[in-house]
Each structure stands twice: as structure tokens, then as C-alpha cells.
Design a protein around this ligand. Structure first.
Ligand SMILES: *Cc1c(COP(=O)(O)O)cnc(C)c1O
Length: 236
């Protein structure tokens, strides 16, 4: 019997496949607010990478699914405060939301020696909105931070991540041409990655695109989409 979850997963995989036209794009299943059994069911349908926003909620799921630990990749995608870096360094495989050196240093220092290096992306605030987390989309500042992170022994710098706001920072209303607006933001992230790689950084990841805008992100070069509600349903 084909479950509703399986139907949703196949629909998302089809969307990615169509948008990517043969280029590989990874699917990160964002399981925040859904329980460990939902993750187990998604694993049963073939998914292996899961994203969590809240440290304690994520760790509870990782522990509840300890029997699958070697087969799953857990990505931390939420805002990260310095008092939570140890928990993240000890339990997760990836972090997408590094936006300052202090956090990166702590993650590297706290990454247990028996685990592989923590895979990290730097979050870029492509909207340049003062209230949002992420590094400003300026190449000099970003380049300096990326070189410092790349030198940390227990981290592997993989790329850039962003969460552009379809309302362009003007909360409450969606822009008339939100798609073109988002395209520009995703293109900016891709361009920053190209510039960083031209300066010797070997970044291979652009973490961009969610349920509503994954096609737009893939058209602009996303290598990993972070999809929640299109897979698991609307969050409570
Ligand atoms: C919740 C979340 C997602 C998934 O959003 P959907 O719209 O449910 O696909 C992706 N990325 C981040 C950082 C999130 O917090």
C-alpha cells in the first residue's frame, strides 16, 4: 500500500528531477515539529538526510532513532547560539547556519575526535535585512570569514546557505513578482560562491530552496533543497 507520505515524497522528487534536468540536487527533509516515527517512515521511503531547527528537539529525535544513526545524516538548520554549540557538535553531521567566527571556533573545538569533521555552510543574509541572521552579502567580509572557517581543524566548509524572504523583508505582503525577486536572491548566493571559489575555496554546496520555491532555487544552481511541509504536511 502506498502511503500519503510516500506519495508526497515522490511528488517532491519529481519536482526536483524536472527542475534539475539531470543535475544532481540533494533533498534535505526538514522534520522540525514532526516526530521520530515520521522520520523513520520517511527513511523507509528512501530519505536519509533530515534537517532540524531546534537543538533539543533534534537531539531527542536523533536519540530515538539511534538504531538508524549510521544510515542517517542530521543537519542543523536553525539559529545557533554559542551555549548550544556543544550539543550540535556532538550530535549533528552538518550545520547550515554558521554566521560568525566565534560559533565556528566553538563547533570545531567541541567536535568529538571520534567523529568526522562537521560539515558546515555559512548562512548569508541575501536580503541584507537587519533583523535576519546571516553574514552580509559582501564578498570581502564573506571571504575573510570563509578563509578563517576553512582553517579550523574539525570543520569542513562546504558552502553557502540562505533563506530569502519572498516578501523582500516587507512583512505581511508578498511582492507582485515574488518569483523574479527570489531568483535574484538565489543568483546572488550562487555568484558569491563562484567568487569564493575563484579565491581558492573549494565550496560544493548551495543550500537554497524550500517547499514553495525549490524550482526557482534549482534554476539558480541550488545543490541542496530543504523541504518540510511539501513532504510531511503543514506544521501544527
Ligand atoms: C522550516 C524550514 C525549511 C522548510 O520549510 P518548508 O516551507 O516547510 O519547506 C527550510 N529551511 C529552513 C531553514 C527552515 O527553517
Amino acid at each position: 500500500m502506498i502511503s500519503e507520505l510516500q506519495t508526497r515524497i515522490e511528488a517532491v522528487q519529481q519536482r526536483i528531477h524536472t527542475a534539475a534536468r539531470g543535475r544532481p540536487v540533494a533533498l534535505l527533509a526538514v522534520s522540525k515539529t514532526f516526530n521520530a516515527e515520521a522520520v523513520r517512515a520517511a527513511y523507509g521511503c528512501g530519505l536519509q538526510a533530515f534537517g532540524e531547527n531546534y537543538v533539543q528537539e533534534g537531539i531527542a529525535k536523533i536519540e530515538a532513532l539511534a538504531d538508524l544513526r549510521s544510515r542517517l545524516n542530521w543537519h542543523f538548520i536553525g539559529p545557533l547560539q554559542s551555549n548550544k554549540t556543544r550539543d550540535v557538535a556532538e550530535h549533528f553531521d552538518w550545520v547550515h547556519t554558521v554566521d560568525r567566527l566565534k560559533i565556528a571556533q566553538r563547533l570545531s573545538d567541541q567536535r568529538p575526535p571520534h567523529l568526522p569533521p562537521l560539515q558546515v555552510c555559512v548562512q548569508v543574509n541575501v536580503d541584507n535585512a537587519p533583523t535576519k541572521s546571516g553574514v552580509a552579502p559582501q564578498i570581502e567580509e564573506l571571504l575573510a570569514l570563509c578563509h578563517q572557517i576553512a582553517a579550523l581543524p574539525r570543520l569542513q566548509l562546504r558552502g553557502l546557505m540562505s533563506i530569502p524572504d519572498p516578501a523582500g523583508g516587507a512583512s505581511g505582503h508578498v511582492l507582485p513578482d515574488a518569483d523574479a525577486f527570489l531568483s535574484q536572491k538565489f543568483a546572488l548566493l550562487r555568484e558569491l560562491k563562484t567568487q569564493l571559489n575563484a579565491q581558492g575555496l573549494g565550496l560544493d554546496t548551495l543550500s537554497m530552496g524550500m517547499s514553495a520555491d525549490l524550482e526557482t532555487a534549482i534554476a539558480q544552481g541550488s545543490t541542496m533543497v530543504r523541504v518540510g511541509s511539501a513532504l510531511f504536511g503543514n506544521r501544527p
